[in-house]
Design a protein around this ligand. Structure first.
Ligand code: ASP
Ligand code: MG
Length: 413
């Protein structure tokens, strides 16, 4: 007796740049159909066309600089509704059955936190029914229906999250993320042309790379994929090549210690000088910053001289004004000295799970920078990453030096 292989259930997500115009939508349609023809069941999650969401946000601002978040969700969710319907039409034109849905229609239920909603559950009945009828199911990404029956969105870039959540809920065999790059690279190829595409990367490395400047995937989407152990295949929409698989345990025997280098220049440094060196001061500074939702990244406290110390920390540039104001108030109340800031910094980071079991990675990183006369201003480390703050104009050079120094240009892919 021959056992018939069960058809695969594939969730494919197409990013905004992959459906930016009618021609690209047609190309995406062809790709989706090719998968469906191989007797797979396909669920497509789609982003808004090109810069649609940005344009909608801009439009809202022209009408009202402080729009309500509920209305923003009403507005922003339309972008994905447009692309979904158009993709369905492109598929129909080729004589293949497909149906598009909003998030609400397929029961993507979220909390009531407008513009940043969290998915609570997905009722998969409708999708399953349509799949059984042999249809390709297209779901508008980035959106859901709140427990208060309102339309919500999941935060910018949230279509990735819709795709991963659907893959989990439907117990999909594969979750593919189609984007304008053909995978995850060892560093940004625009900075280092010798950057190599990675075959595999772990969830943790991907999360670390994303939080340190790599802008490939939505962080929460990777977290959910990790939690439910769903491998993600990140690949180019217009290429046949394999992309990068993000998974828990990549099947490679010899792992490079460092797998990626990132550069971020979205942070600024604040220094509080002559801070009284006594217990509780740091706690109060960072408690107040946290309460005002300023996300502090790196912190350095110098050795104390005559019972005074300097404390430097980095914050997102967009929060700099707020953070300076808070720091000045703090400085007055704790009788510290001047508050200064520096926006001309960049953060370079190296990431790799191999660091857990290799010593000397930090030393090598610092000496590579030193040999190239790049001064390190601040350092922070995690189990699988090392970040250095350098002068902004040395940032790109630092990336190149580390990329080469850790032999990432020689990685076999
Ligand atoms: N269209 C939304 C955005 O641009 C969601 C997404 O693209 O994933 O943020
Ligand atoms: Mg987008």
């Amino acid at each position: 007796m021959q056992i018939k292989r069960k058809n695969k259930l594939i969730v494919q997500k197409y990013g905004g740049s992959s459906v930016a115009n009618p021609e690209k939508i047609e190309k995406a349609a062809k790709r989706v159909i090719a998968y469906a023809k191989r007797r797979n069941r396909v669920v497509v999650v789609i982003s808004a066309m090109g810069d649609t969401t940005d344009d909608l946000v801009e439009l809202a601002k022209q009408i009202n600089p402080l729009p309500s978040e509920r209305e923003m969700d009403m507005l922003m969710s339309t972008g994905e509704q447009i692309s979904s319907a158009l993709l369905a039409m492109a598929i129909h034109k080729r004589g293949v059955k497909a149906i598009s849905f909003t998030g609400a229609q397929v029961g993507i239920i979220t909390d009531t936190d407008h513009t940043q909603a969290k998915i609570l559950k997905i009722e998969t009945d409708r999708i399953k029914r349509e799949l059984t009828k042999g249809k390709i199911v297209i779901v508008a990404g980035f959106q859901g229906l709140s427990t208060a029956l309102e339309i919500t969105t999941l935060g910018r870039g949230g279509s990735d999250l819709s795709a991963v959540a659907l893959a989990v809920a439907l117990n999909a065999d594969v979750c593919e993320i189609y984007t304008d790059v053909d995978g995850i690279y060892t560093t940004d190829p625009r900075i280092e042309p010798g950057a190599r595409k990675l075959k595999y990367i772990t969830f943790d490395e991907m999360l670390e790379l994303a939080s340190r400047g790599a802008q490939v995937m939505h962080t929460r989407a990777v977290e959910v994929a990790k939690k439910f152990n769903i491998p993600l295949h990140v690949r180019g929409s217009f290429s046949k090549k394999e992309g990068t698989i993000i998974m828990e345990k990549p099947p490679v025997i010899e792992e490079p210690v460092v797998r990626g280098v990132t550069l971020a220049d979205s942070e600024a440094k604040i220094t509080l000088s002559e801070v009284p060196d006594k217990p509780g001061i740091a706690a109060s500074i960072f408690t107040i910053l946290a309460r005002k939702s300023v996300n502090v990244d790196m912190i350095v406290q110098n050795v104390s001289h005559k019972r005074y110390t300097d404390i430097s920390f980095t914050v997102p540039k967009k929060d700099l004004k707020k953070a300076i104001k808070i720091s000045r108030q703090m400085s007055r109340s704790i009788k510290a000295g001047a508050v200064t800031s520096d926006e001309t910094i960049a953060k370079v980071s190296i990431v790799g799970v191999g660091m857990k079991s290799h010593s000397g990675v930090a030393a090598k990183c610092f000496s590579l920078l030193a040999k190239n006369r790049i001064n390190i201003d601040m350092i922070s480390t995690s189990e699988i990453s090392i970040s250095c703050v350098v002068k902004k104009d040395a940032g790109k050079k630092a990336v190149k030096v580390l990329h080469k120094g850790f032999k990432l240009d020689k990685i076999k892919t």
